[in-house]
Design a protein around this ligand. Structure first.
Ligand code: C5P
Length: 221
């Protein structure tokens, strides 16, 4: 789908100052920062505004999964926060996805802001699964009108081949070659993820835990 694949840094830290330090150190080499449930619960709005004001972009990864009314209301709030993209579980059901899309379009128009990309989570990369399960979920999400899906690099190629539409692929579980991985099961290197057709590569610990995060980011890039 997109022009050049980009690395997204998963800001999996527990406070504003730690997140700010990584953003200051890594922007503009890294332009998109993922705010997940840990950091959002700690200092959500503050860090999102900080990243936006600096010129970066935010991937809001809260993986919404609730009744359609609640999810679409949360999507409206995310639109107001001016995030670049946000996630929801495709397992949340078609009605939830469609209402979320409607809410996103409506709120972006009312507030005259860019529409964030709505990205559907298939199966978490910490779990083993079959490619066909991931494909089934991805198809549901894209047919409902989502802009893209999260999947591992292992399934990305299959999704590109089987789903005959333009959509974004986001792949977490990125690891440098020859690393022993911790909890992530379906991992891939940057090269494998790009070859499989991924647009956005989410990287957390390989950069966050490095002695020199900027050097680690540059090496991955
Ligand atoms: O540290 P690591 O590189 O494993 O971080 C991966 C990030 O991607 C985490 O923030 C995790 O929440 C997120 N993620 C994932 N699998 C998904 C969706 C998001 O690992 N399916």
């Amino acid at each position: 789908m997109s022009s050049k694949p980009q690395i997204i840094l998963a800001l999996d830290v527990d406070n504003f100052q730690a997140a700010k330090n990584f953003v200051d150190k890594l922007y503009p080499q890294i332009k998109i920062f993922k705010v997940g449930i840990q950091l959002f619960t700690s200092c959500g709005r503050e860090i999102i505004e900080y990243i936006n004001n600096k010129g970066g972009e935010v991937f809001l990864d809260l993986k919404f999964f609730d009744i359609p009314n609640t999810v679409s209301a949360a999507v409206r709030q995310a639109v107001r926060l001016k995030v670049k993209m946000l996630t929801m579980h495709i397992l949340g059901d078609e009605e939830m996805l469609k209402e979320a899309i409607k809410a996103r379009d409506d709120e972006a128009k009312n507030f005259k802001v860019n529409k964030p990309l709505l990205i559907g989570v298939t199966v978490l990369t910490s779990k083993e699964t079959t490619s066909s399960d991931v494909l089934t979920l991805a198809r549901i999400g894209i047919e409902c009108g989502l802009d893209g899906v999260v999947c591992s690099a292992r399934e990305a190629g299959l999704l590109r081949k089987e789903i005959n539409k333009s959509f974004v692929i986001v792949t977490p579980g990125i690891r440098p070659a020859n690393t022993v991985c911790n909890d992530q099961k379906r991992t891939a290197t940057v090269q494998e993820a790009i070859a499989a057709g991924s647009d956005f590569l989410v990287v957390g610990r390989p950069i966050l835990k490095a002695d020199d995060p900027l050097k680690a980011a540059k090496e991955l890039m």
